[in-house]
Design a protein around this ligand. Structure first.
Ligand code: KG4
Length: 350
């Protein structure tokens, strides 16, 4: 079964053709990063206009690369949330129109479900059998959470950020350090040669809570990156001259270490609490080398398989959306034809 995936939730215009949920025939992505870079972040209006301009060509590229025509496509999977409303609408409207024209099912897919599923996709990916229950660390630009998956399509969020997402913290830190956008890759690059223990930045929620805990998750499994961000800002403001050279490298390495440590600490705690057969990390921040090394060491320590997506599947792409759409279609009960986009969509079972 061939599924055409379409993804336009933020600043990547993407389409892919996936056969039987795992064989990625094509994975076409147009990244708008260069267009948004001068603004230091994604400008929704510009993002949606570029999706309109690029999506038809990207879908065509995906079909050509897969050596298929519309007649070979059995269903369309499209991201309908969470994300930027004006961006989601472009992919969603196109997918809906195409599905109607071709008389094939349209399956609405949660963007975060796509990221989580990406660890099972691609030629070298592990089979799903024997991997559940699985603990997944979801770390993207818009969300950071710990998700306990009992099986495909069954999600229990057990920890979450109470303020910024990890990627957002890296993006904001890069802006403070005047390194450009997106923050994750530039901080990783700048950190090379810097000492990770040069400055001790906070790891979030380290002190016992003085007020009532109002979040629905265990405090020990939650992240907070706002204190870390303030700490960096205060550090930079205290400097007599703008940071550069080795001092800038030390700051970038120490900040990156704090983010990776905070993520690792909560993952380790969750692994102690839940009896799982594997653990995974997905989303754009899972590309981070320091985080990958720390997670691999944890995997050895705990003797648990660690599942990481291949680099092309870490950031936003449509192959992961087609992969989830296939699983939903196979489970039949989950044919999901949403009538509209849902910018604040939460992960829920299907
Ligand atoms: O998953 P993604 O492409 O978009 C969302 O769905 O949000 O993630 C984008 C985030 C950005 O915040 C970016 O700074 C971060 O992933 N990122 C990284 C790296 N590459 C991208 N963070 C840390 N290290 C990287 N190498």
């Amino acid at each position: 079964m061939n599924i055409l995936g379409i993804e336009t939730s933020c600043d990547e215009t993407a389409a892919a053709v996936v056969t039987n949920g795992v064989h990625i025939r094509s994975n076409a992505i147009y990244s708008q990063i260069a267009i948004h870079r001068p603004y230091g972040g994604v400008v929704p209006e510009i993002a949606s206009r570029n999706h309109v301009a690029k999506l038809p060509g990207i879908i065509e590229n995906a079909l050509n690369e897969a050596e298929m025509g519309y007649g070979n496509i059995d269903a369309i999977g499209v991201t309908y949330g969470p994300g930027l409303a004006s961006s989601l609408l472009v992919g969603f409207s196109a997918a809906k129109a195409l599905a109607q024209r071709l008389s094939i099912p349209l399956i609405g897919v949660n963007h975060h479900a796509g990221h989580l599923h990406s660890v099972f996709m691609g030629e070298d990916a592990p089979a799903m059998d024997g991997m559940f229950p699985m603990l997944a660390l979801m770390v993207s630009g818009g969300d950071s959470s710990l998700v306990l998956m009992k099986s495909v399509g069954r999600y229990e969020i057990v920890g979450s950020t109470i303020d910024d997402a990890a990627g957002e913290a890296l993006d904001k830190a890069a802006a403070v350090l005047q390194l450009g956008y997106p923050g994750g890759p530039v901080i990783q690059k700048t950190a090379e040669g810097g000492q990770a223990d040069a400055i001790r930045f906070p790891r979030g929620l380290e002190q016992p809570s003085r007020s009532k805990w109002l979040y629905p998750y265990d405090r020990e499994l939650c992240f907070s990156f706002s204190g870390l961000k303030t700490s960096l800002l205060t550090y930079v403001q205290k400097q007599e001259a703008p940071l550069k050279g080795i001092s800038l490298q030390h700051v970038a390495a120490s900040f990156q270490e704090a983010v990776a440590d905070a993520l690792l600490q909560r993952t380790e705690r969750a692994l102690e609490r839940f009896d799982v057969k594997s653990f995974a990390c997905a989303g754009g921040v899972s590309l981070n080398r320091v985080l990958r090394v720390k997670l691999s060491e944890l995997s050895k320590d705990k003797q648990l398989p660690l599942l990481l997506s291949s680099p092309k599947l870490c950031t936003d792409n449509a192959a992961m959306i087609a992969g989830v759409a296939y699983e939903q279609l196979c489970q039949n009960k989950a044919i999901n034809e949403p009538i509209d986009v849902s910018p604040s969509l939460r992960l829920s079972d299907w």
